[in-house]
Design a protein around this ligand. Structure first.
Ligand code: ATP
Length: 615
């Protein structure tokens, strides 16, 4: 990324030098394919650039006429004519420049609009694994600043290459036609100007980089310490003073760097003005010598034209010298964007999807193996069957693979071996939208959007009536809470639902799933300690739901487990025991251990002994 602010940086960072993209014809063709739909507009831009470059050179030539024919020739008529002509030409060039900027920005905006849409649609189709392995920051950067960079390339880099090259060519042609010896002197003078510009720029670049690192560090500190959870950590560990000192130290470093940076700019301008005045003086000297000693046809006007044109060359030459940096950066940007486009969604719609009319919610696992990474197997030979209307509870130690197991049903991941069947069909052959629309998951991590409760509920079913919303809230045991709020369903939940308690969020997310009315319900019970009243409220919401539909529960509470028809005990990714509570509790295996150590025993649950004795 180029450092913030200021003019575009003229040098590559070490990272950029290392990650220099390979420019292949395939890459260029691909970039071109995004420009192609706008070829007519681009052709128009090209014409505008050629015309405005030529027009903008004419006043320099006319200056010669003004001097020779108007002033030295003492002709008022010609003087006025050339002055008016010169003004008219400048006005024309500027007007065409306006058209050029409009077209440029129009094309750039449309191309980035296309790319943004394509990227967003692509990201929405990416698999769950993509989002768990890539950082959110990186994904957002590609979506926003990388694609916006493309806009810069089109409005700056491309048009700069074109207009500067054309301006240079036109200037050179006119200079050589005017006087070839002076033209060569002029060309020799240009590097004198350009080279110091570059080395002054390089020094400044180093300081800018350091200052950028400071800025990043400051942003890091602010992000860490001023976020909701960060500031909590600061408070609880009493780190206020230390964090302040850290912040101040970096800020102080940055102040010094910024002062150095502005002074580097000052010296740069001194060098610039000195060198740019040397060129014209040399031309006057050489022109004077030729005019007085060798060639009497050379006029004062001719020399003035050459000096003016020389002045016009500095800008384009130094910009073209810097274009290489812009070019490499642009190619890197496109490569980054294309890298994302090339990622194929791991879980996708099957080629010939099966789309049944209704769903019962039956689930069958047949010898399922699964691993996130090839070197670590998470699930091993998992088989079970969940018939319509029944309920399975999955229990097991933390990290044993329970959440992983249920994630395979809506195809957040695909199995590595074996099959997962939904209503008797391999999930990989089913229409993905059909499959997911019939599965409702209430996960441990409840995610609510920053909006009102109503908006969050409508996310599941945009056409739900007020009656349906209230009914779902009633079933989820959250209606009382909502009715107590001043704004009822229109209460704002805050950033990610932070204004609500864990239990309230859970129940709203249960109501949200209820509105979806799925054939299969999956509850990943929260392990985090909810207070017993919240817990009871969730329990009261869940129990009738389990009774009425096909469901899977990852359970930590005994009362939930007791409501299930079958219990699967998972340990290290394998089903090690299965059966009812009665069958398992006295068996002395993993379940008995879990029962004795982990399950939150409610008052009405008899101890293990009683069950085993009763059998
Ligand atoms: P808990 O009861 O604590 O929620 P769990 O039984 O649901 O645990 P899983 O979340 O399924 O366990 O995790 C099983 C194993 O898979 C863990 O060892 C975990 O580290 C690993 N794991 C989970 N998600 C990923 C992932 N996205 N990438 C790689 N490994 C993962």
């Amino acid at each position: 990324m180029p450092p913030r602010g200021g003019p575009r940086q003229q040098f590559l960072t070490e990272e950029e030098k290392k990650a220099r993209p390979k420019v292949t014809s395939a890459l260029l063709k691909r970039i071109f394919s995004y420009l192609l739909p706008y070829w007519k507009q681009m052709l128009l831009v090209l014409c505008a650039i050629v015309i405005s470059s030529v027009l903008s050179m004419l006043p320099s030539v006319l200056t010669g006429r003004i001097i020779d024919e108007g002033l030295i020739g003492r002709s008022m008529e010609k003087l006025v004519l050339y002055i008016v002509l010169s003004l008219a030409v400048t006005l024309g060039a500027n007007l065409i420049g306006v058209l050029e900027s409009y077209l440029n920005s129009w094309i750039a905006q449309h191309i980035t609009f296309d790319m943004h849409n394509k990227m967003y649609a692509h990201l929405l189709r990416m698999s769950h694994r993509f989002f768990t392995t890539n950082s959110q920051g990186d994904i957002i950067t590609r979506m926003t600043s990388d694609i916006s960079g493309v806009q810069q390339i089109i409005t700056n880099t491309l048009s700069s290459i074109l207009s500067n090259s054309i301006t240079l060519i036109v200037a050179l042609v006119i200079m050589f036609r005017q006087n070839w010896i002076l033209a060569i002197v002029g060309i020799l003078v240009v590097p004198l100007f350009v080279l110091p510009t570059r080395s002054a720029g390089k020094a400044r670049w180093t300081i800018t980089n350091e200052s950028q690192a400071c800025s990043d560090e400051i942003n890091g500190i602010l992000n860490e310490t001023l976020s909701v959870s960060g500031q909590l950590l600061v408070k609880l560990f009493g780190r206020e003073q230390r964090e302040y000192e850290r912040y101040e130290a970096v800020g102080r470093r940055q102040v010094a760097l910024n002062i150095r940076e502005s002074m580097a700019g000052r010296w740069f301008r001194v060098a610039l003005s000195t060198f740019s005045s040397i060129g014209p003086m040399l031309l006057y000297l050489a022109g004077g010598v030729i005019m007085m000693r060798y060639d009497e046809t050379l006029t004062v006007g001719d020399i003035t034209v050459l000096v003016t044109l020389l002045g016009r060359m500095y800008g384009p030459v130094s910009q073209l010298l810097n274009i290489q940096v812009d070019w490499i950066r642009s190619m890197a940007l496109f490569t980054r964007i294309f890298d994302y486009f090339d990622m194929v969604p791991e879980v996708g719609q099957p080629a010939a999807p099966v789309h049944p009319v209704t769903a019962k919610g039956e689930v069958t696992f047949e010898h399922v193996d699964f691993s996130y990474d090839p070197d670590r197997q998470i699930l091993r030979d998992v088989s079970f069957q969940l018939p319509e209307g029944r309920c399975i509870a999955i229990v097991g130690p933390s990290g044993s693979g329970k959440s992983t197991l249920i994630n395979l049903i809506p195809r957040l991941y695909d199995v590595t071996a074996g099959r997962v069947l939904f209503d008797g069909e391999d999930v990989r052959t089913l229409d993905l939208a059909f499959l997911r629309s019939h599965i409702g998951i209430v996960s441990q991590e409840t995610y609510l959007f920053n909006g009102t409760i109503r908006e969050n509920l409508l996310y599941a079913r945009p056409d739900a009536t007020e009656e349906m919303l209230l009914d779902a809230c009633r079933q989820a045991n959250i209606l009382d809470f909502i009715e107590k709020q001043e704004n009822g369903l229109d209460t704002v939940v805050g950033n990610r639902g932070l204004k609500l308690s864990g239990g309230e969020k859970q129940r709203i997310s249960i109501a949200r799933v209820l509105l979806k009315d799925p054939a299969l319900m999956i509850f990943d019970e929260a392990t985090s300690a909810l207070d017993s009243i919240s817990e009871q409220k969730i329990q009261d919401a869940i129990e009738p739901l389990i009774a009425s539909r096909t469901s899977i529960l990852i359970a930590h509470r005994l009362s939930t487990i007791l409501a299930a028809d079958e219990i699967l005990v998972v340990k290290d990714g394998e089903i090690v025991e299965r059966g009812t509570h009665h069958e398992l509790v006295g068996a002395g295996g993993v379940y008995t251990q879990l029962y004795e150590t982990q399950f939150n025993k409610s008052a009405d649950a008899p101890p293990a002994q009683e069950y085993s004795e009763g059998e």
